[in-house]
Design a protein around this ligand. Structure first.
Ligand code: GDP
Length: 497
């Protein structure tokens, strides 16, 4: 198999240097496509054709892509692939043979297929276990088959903690490839059309591999951090809306009686406390607002002071409880604070305090009130609303429960499969608009790059082909299908050449 020079130049191989620390990448299940493996492992090492039935050791090859260095493991199932003309059925059977199941009668395709996962497990689990990224290769020309479904199930059930990339091979034509690949969505992974022979999509595949490796590093680091992570919550809002009252109810009366160390401002004093579900929080104190406000001479200075103070608190927070006064509803100042919360990517809940002062409440009151809040505070349309009466102290638990939920949403990671399913459905329902020149935005894949706030990267042909309206549509779909209540989310659109 000839690998085009330009592809070969894109990555090199160092066979003789190995370290225990490197990432492992499995080209396992690349059973039909020796060509794919040979792309990863130049030098024809993977193309050795053994006698069928001979179990081979796993092949390791060192590979580079961009700044990433990784190890490719070829589990040996590849030898069947060299016969590209063989029909699917025969391929499946010979794969079975390859991985040591020659006992299965060749005539019984069903039986062979039915037992695929167990065969795979026996032979290849070791490779999969030691891998960080798994490339699940299917045949785009032959289409989806029962074995694919079983392997897909097996991978999903057992290895959801690893990055799994579904490569649909033999998609030589990019346009037709998308059609060929679309059939494989039902496997629950995002199908990436590639052609090992022509090199189509292999760059994207390697990018995905690297993204998968990056995610693992990131999550390792995060797990370490996670152990010590205590989210910070701040209670902000205009003077007199009831922040101190809420704070008192949260951490007890003593809390605000304790005077700050002289010469320091109150916002330097944080308190740790535990919510009803045992979740720990660090409370950022902004209660000093009133004190400052009393000192301030004019009303406008008071407002300005409190906004600045709120801004400082927001910066240090993970979750912000924006307290508004029921009768006043949303004011311009609240809007300014809301904008800042959104811009800084903080979680938020809107606390409508002094709910007791709203007269003649009935079943509809909350509904109408919520409509009003949503209208005036569109920028926080994702934030939950909690109605509270701080002086009685009994709504405070609700605030903490809501804050805790918001924090969880802000730290949530969507599986790539779910994410791409949602995004794919959104795309199918409404495609990006065509430009006057007839061009249309195309999405290659989507991945969640970060949490706090959840950040999604959309790799597309040209970001300019996705107008603001379309981006908002996508965000709306993501939210309606995947939640993220109480947290801003970020959608980044990256053009690919
Ligand atoms: P802050 O300036 O935002 O900290 O507001 P405070 O907590 O000091 O409250 C201002 C005033 O509103 C105080 O007189 C509180 O007793 C009163 N207040 C606070 N929460 C409520 C509430 O839920 N209902 C009613 N009716 N009054 C409240």
């Amino acid at each position: 198999i000839n690998i085009p020079d330009h592809l070969l130049q894109r990555f090199q191989l160092l066979e003789d240097r190995m370290s225990v620390n490197q990432h492992y990448l499995t080209a396992l299940l690349g059973y039909k496509f020796v060509s794919l493996c040979s792309f990863f492992i130049p030098g024809n090492r993977a193309i050795v054709v053994d006698e069928p039935g001979v179990t081979r050791d796993r092949l390791y090859g060192r590979s580079f892509w961009g700044d990433n260095e990784f190890m490719v493991i070829d589990t040996g199932g590849v030898l069947t692939v060299s016969k590209s003309q063989t029909d699917v059925m025969e391929q499946q059977l010979s794969v079975s043979t390859t991985i040591g199941m020659e006992g299965i009668p060749l005539a019984s395709r069903e039986a062979a297929v039915a037992r695929m996962p167990s065969m795979i497990e026996r032979q290849a689990t070791v490779a999969v276990e030691e891998s960080s990224v798994i490339i699940f290769v299917v045949d785009g020309q032959a289409g989806l088959n029962a074995a694919d479904v079983e392997i897909g199930d097996w991978l999903r059930k057992n290895y959801s903690n690893k990055s799994i990339i579904l490569a649909v091979n033999k998609c030589e034509s990019p346009r037709k490839g998308i059609m060929q690949a679309s059939e494989f969505w039902s496997l629950g992974f995002t199908p990436l059309p590639i052609s090992a022979v022509s090199g189509t999509g292999t760059g994207e595949l390697l990018d995905l591999v690297c993204a998968g490796l990056g995610k693992i590093e990131e999550s390792d680091a995060q797990n370490k951090e996670e152990e010590n992570y205590i989210p910070s919550i701040s209670i902000v809002g205009r003077p007199n809306v009831g922040k101190s009252s809420i704070l008192n109810a949260l951490v007890g009366e003593d809390r605000t009686i304790v005077s700050p160390v002289s010469g320091t401002t109150r916002d330097a004093i944080d308190t740790e406390f535990e919510g009803p579900d045992g979740q720990k929080f660090r409370l950022i104190d902004t209660a000093g607002i009133r004190k400052r406000a009393a000192v301030a001479s004019s009303g406008s200075t008071t407002e300005a002071l409190s906004v600045n103070r709120a801004f400082r608190a927001i910066r240090r927070s993970d979750v912000v409880a924006l307290v508004v006064e029921a009768l006043a509803c949303i004011t311009e100042q609240d809007y300014k604070i809301a904008e800042r919360i959104e811009r800084e990517g903080k979680g938020c809940l809107i606390v409508v305090n002094k709910w007791d002062t709203i007269p003649n409440k009935n079943q509809q009151t909350t509904l109408h009130y919520e409509e009003d809040v949503r209208l005036k505070l569109r920028i926080l349309n994702w934030a939950p609303i909690v109605y509270s009466t701080a002086i009685t102290g009994n709504s405070v638990d609700k605030i903490i429960v809501a804050a805790s939920a918001v924090e969880k949403e802000r730290s949530r990671r969507l599986s790539t499969a779910t994410l791409n399913q949602v995004v794919h459905e959104a795309l199918a329902f409404k495609s990006p608009p065509r430009t006057r020149g007839g061009k249309r935005g195309r999405l290659y894949y989507c991945t969640q790059a970060a949490i706090r706030p959840p950040t999604f990267v959309f790799f597309v042909n040209d970001a300019k082909l996705f107008p603001e309206t379309y981006r908002r549509y996508m965000e709306k779909q993501l939210r309606s299908d995947a939640g993220f209540t109480g947290t801003p989310i970020r959608l980044l659109w990256r053009s690919r050449r």
